[in-house]
Design a protein around this ligand. Structure first.
Ligand SMILES: NC(=O)c1ccc[n+]([C@@H]2O[C@H](COP(=O)([O-])OP(=O)(O)OC[C@H]3O[C@@H](n4cnc5c(N)ncnc54)[C@H](O)[C@@H]3O)[C@@H](O)[C@H]2O)c1
Length: 359
């Protein structure tokens, strides 16, 4: 039996009073507080300019997804490798006729990213053979530390989406360096892991990916947490059919689906050296949720302190309400005992990686 959160007790108290109904303001406010933590709303940059930092495989996949889906027609590319940046922007802008008359500016200096509505940070390094993950993380953190102050100076009201890996730790580095408010400094976190999770379940069941409702939360990596207790297909909770779903006691061993999610990127990297297309679409989806002021709920990495029993300032994926302000709120997940333990391990993993970074 899961414990009721404090605000749920408050709801019970209010409903005991006469004539309360679900459109009662007091009751609704208590209910919203129970469901999600609300973040602040601050002035944001108008327009639809998206700056992409890093014109490598991921940066360009983001650009192509944003342009081909018509999410923006105004992109600025910035990369320390000026030739690559010049070539990629020219190659894309040659397709302007087919891409909403798009403008793809190459930025020889960070100044050209000025007044971006969204800044997508993909600059990083690819791991060399035998290089430790902590070494790659430190090199990437040094890049984030180097670019963030100027990016924020040029676009102080932009929403920053950190994609560079390890993305939870890099979003924390970006926040520490920039002091941006949490609602405007996020990482794609487990948004792609969630998409893969929904896809793999859908493939097994023979239904559309969009008809599987599910979330992967926690660390973006091996310690991500599949929310088996809330997976629904056509309104049916899978846990009702397989009570121990996802755990070691599950006779159907659905945990293999999550193993596939965790190993998905490595399998692609083993064959082509990197992943880019799916993350490009995941980023474009987050940007569209912002531009459309959609209030859609996506699994993004944000400061998780105070949620799910987490006591440290760490970035982890939680179901986030996304709108024009960036993050509008964070859903308070109701976790099973198994999920709660897994979240704790996820948090420990991120904290350990974070402590290894020299800021
Ligand atoms: N979050 C996710 O789910 C996810 C998925 C895939 C890849 N990634 C990460 O995205 C990042 C980029 O991957 P990639 O395959 O595009 O790598 P890449 O090597 O192809 O591109 C990285 C680019 O960053 C540029 N760069 C380096 N230092 C810079 C600086 N100081 N300023 C501007 N640009 C700089 C490089 O010149 C390079 O062009 C990596 O950290 C990767 O691990 C994250």
């Amino acid at each position: 039996m899961r414990q009721l959160p404090l605000c749920a007790t408050q709801i019970l108290y209010i409903t005991r009073s006469a004539s309360s109904s679900c459109n009662d303001d007091k009751l609704l406010n208590a209910f919203r507080t129970c469901l999600f933590k609300r973040l602040k709303q601050q002035e944001v940059q108008p327009g639809n300019k998206v700056s992409i930092i890093g014109s490598g495989a991921v940066g360009m996949a983001c650009a192509v997804a944003l342009l081909s889906k018509g999410i923006t027609n105004d992109i600025a590319l910035y990369d320390i490798n000026k030739d690559l940046c010049t070539a990629e922007s020219a190659d894309l802008v040659h397709g302007s006729l087919f891409l909403n008359n798009c403008n793809v500016a190459k930025c020889c200096d960070i100044g050209s990213t000025r007044d971006s509505r969204v800044v997508v940070v993909t600059s990083g390094v690819r791991p060399k053979a035998n290089e430790k993950p902590s070494e790659v993380a430190q090199k990437t953190a040094d890049i984030i530390k180097c670019v963030m102050p100027s990016l924020v100076k040029e676009s102080p009201k932009a929403v920053f989406i950190i994609v560079s890996n390890p993305s939870d730790v890099m979003a924390w580095v970006a926040h520490k360096i920039s002091k941006l408010p949490y609602e405007r400094c996020i990482s794609t976190g487990c948004h792609l892991d969630t998409a893969r999770f929904r896809l793999f379940i859908a493939q097994l069941l023979g239904v559309a990916t969009s008809s599987v409702n599910a979330f992967v939360l926690g660390e973006n990596g091996e310690r991500s947490v599949p929310m088996w207790s809330s997976v629904t297909v056509g309104g049916v909770r899978l846990e009702q059919l397989v009570p121990k779903i996802g755990t070691s006691e599950d006779p159907m061993q659905w945990c293999k689906v999550h193993k596939d999610v965790v190993e998905a990127a490595a399998k692609v990297i083993a064959l082509k050296g990197y992943t880019n297309w799916a993350i490009g679409h995941a980023v474009a989806d987050v940007v569209s949720a912002i531009f459309e002021n959609s209030n859609r709920i996506l699994s993004l990495s944000t400061n998780a302190k105070g949620m799910c029993g987490i006591k440290d300032d760490i970035f982890l994926s939680l179901p986030c309400i996304v709108n024009k302000w960036g993050l509008f709120g964070i859903i308070r997940p109701h976790l099973s005992k198994w999920e709660s333990n897994a979240m704790k391990k996820s948090a420990e993993q991120v904290l350990k990686a974070q402590c290894d970074i020299k800021l």
